[in-house]
Write a protein that binds this ligand. Structure first.
Ligand code: ADP
Ligand code: MG
Length: 456
């Protein structure tokens, strides 16, 4: 249904992007093989067309084999807003109904072979995957499997980690690499959900033999988000048999989940055991360094000059996952392009105000002033005093810098809290401290330490 497509879109692009661009999208109609969606303005229509058009079509195709094209138009909004209203597609048009009827769904990616595979995202390759401490092991395993599928010790490869940390990206990267290197290999990537639908369809149409045979002709099987099979006992059972047959035949299996095999409660024990007997690789939560490298890579790829301070600020503030981070950066880039203005720390804070508020750690300016004064052994009142002696002025600048980095207050607001100083004074303090941190590693460490103390 449309609700599910929207849900998946939201999962894929992240809450931030979804709310920015897609929330107001409504389903107008489905005519023949074309779905028509409406957005309220031309700007949104153009944006969604160029940035999400392909994605939307793919999702529709995955969900509903009958629809091949999605047309985005400007159109009226139903009363009550898009999120409240949902037009259901007639059941016979839904992918599940089609699957249940036993008709072979048309191939989503329009590929001639690998009818098992869901389409791969062209952006998810090894080239675009940024490697850092939290994902280097998983990345190395994925590389290894891409180069030598089904090598002992790496089969199955079980990737796990929290949402938005790159599991799907890595799986697609392996699939692309194998397809490009050895086009004859039959690489099938699918979500666990899709696996289940196909299996149910086969059951209903009494074609389970066909189902099994076609699956076993696959050389590399990737099943994403296996946690979805928890509680789906029949499907688990079928997956278990497929799994064993493929492994015995020397085929590569890659599975992802949000938890390690041993933590996936509700998974059959024997399946759990088999899943854990190849290589198990954890993608850890991102670190500041990784977030910064990812932002740098994405800004460079987008060809937009984003000042280092802005990237640092984002890497610092948006710690949840890579998807949210990307969403924030994309919004910044969109605004910069739209208004033809350069991205600055200030404009970033303005444009991303709602997201930043949500990620605010609620450090107050008072706290910052207190901690910094304590650290440099000066009086708290000197944070607001007119004294300009270096031993007082420098800590004050550090506090201003941290206030800018750790809170979502504007420059004038910060200035006011430091003895009614002008916003240019704060701006100067921020850039001065950045410079000093670049030039003096010991000083940088000192400021970082303060930052960390304030955050925890
Ligand atoms: P998961 O499947 O673990 O929920 P995804 O693979 O869908 O996460 O990743 C979410 C988004 O973040 C994708 O757009 C992906 O390209 C991006 N991403 C995640 N990790 C990285 C990375 N290390 N380098 C570049 N992009 C990344
Ligand atoms: Mg995923």
């Amino acid at each position: 249904s449309w609700a599910r497509i929207r849900g998946r879109l939201r999962d894929e692009v992240g809450e931030v992007e979804y709310r920015t661009w897609l929330r107001q999208m409504t389903l107008a109609s489905v005519e023949g093989d074309e779905a028509i969606v409406h957005l309220p303005t031309r700007f949104l229509r153009d944006w969604v067309r160029s940035h999400y058009g392909d994605r939307l079509s793919l999702l529709w195709q995955q969900e509903n084999a009958g629809v091949r094209r999605v047309d985005v138009r400007v159109g009226p909004q139903p009363r009550g807003g898009a999120d409240g209203v949902d037009v259901e597609v007639a059941p016979e048009r839904s992918g599940l109904a089609e699957a249940l009827s036993g008709r072979a769904p048309r191939n989503a990616a329009g590929e001639s072979r690998g009818e098992w595979s869901a389409p791969l995202d062209p952006r998810f390759t090894f080239d675009t995957f940024v490697v850092g401490k939290p994902n280097e092991f998983a990345h190395a395993c994925a590389r290894r499997v891409a180069e030598h599928p089904a090598s002992p010790g790496f089969n199955p490869l079980f990737l796990y980690g929290g949402v938005g940390l790159g599991k799907t990206h890595l799986m697609h990267a392996v699939a692309w690499a194998i397809r490009n290197g050895e086009p004859a290999r039959n690489v099938a990537y699918m979500s666990a959900e899709k696996f289940m639908y196909r299996f149910i369809a086969a059951l209903r149409s009494q074609s389970t033999m066909e189902f099994k045979e076609s699956l076993r002709s696959v050389d590399v099987l990737m099943v994403d988000d296996l946690q979805f099979l928890i509680g789906k006992d029949n499907t688990q059972e079928e997956f278990f048999h497929t799994f064993n047959a493929l492994i015995d035949a020397g085929k590569q299996i890659i599975v992802s989940a949000d938890k390690s095999p041993s933590d996936l409660n509700g998974l059959e024990d024997r399946l759990r055991t088999r899943l854990g007997c190849g290589m198990v690789a954890d993608i850890h939560a991102t670190t500041y360094e990784l977030r910064l490298s990812i932002l740098q890579a994405k800004a460079t790829a987008a060809g937009v000059a984003v000042p280092k301070a802005v990237l640092e600020f984002l890497a610092h503030k948006i710690t949840s996952n890579v998807r949210e981070l990307e969403g924030a950066l994309n919004r910044l880039i969109a605004h910069a392009n739209l208004f033809g203005r350069a991205v600055t720390l200030d404009s970033a804070q303005e444009v991303l105000h709602d997201i930043l508020r949500a990620h605010d750690r609620r450090v107050t300016i008072e706290e910052i002033q207190r901690k910094v004064a304590e650290h440099y052994n000066i009086r708290l009142t000197d944070m607001s005093s007119a004294r300009r002696a270096r031993n007082v002025a420098r800590p004050r600048q550090v506090a201003m810098y941290l206030a800018k980095q750790l809170t979502s207050r504007s420059l004038p607001e910060i200035g006011r809290r430091f003895g009614n100083r002008d916003h240019t004074t704060v701006m100067h303090a921020v850039s001065r401290i950045s410079e000093l941190m670049q030039a003096d590693a010991a000083f940088a460490e000192d400021v970082e330490l303060l930052r960390r103390m304030l955050e925890t």
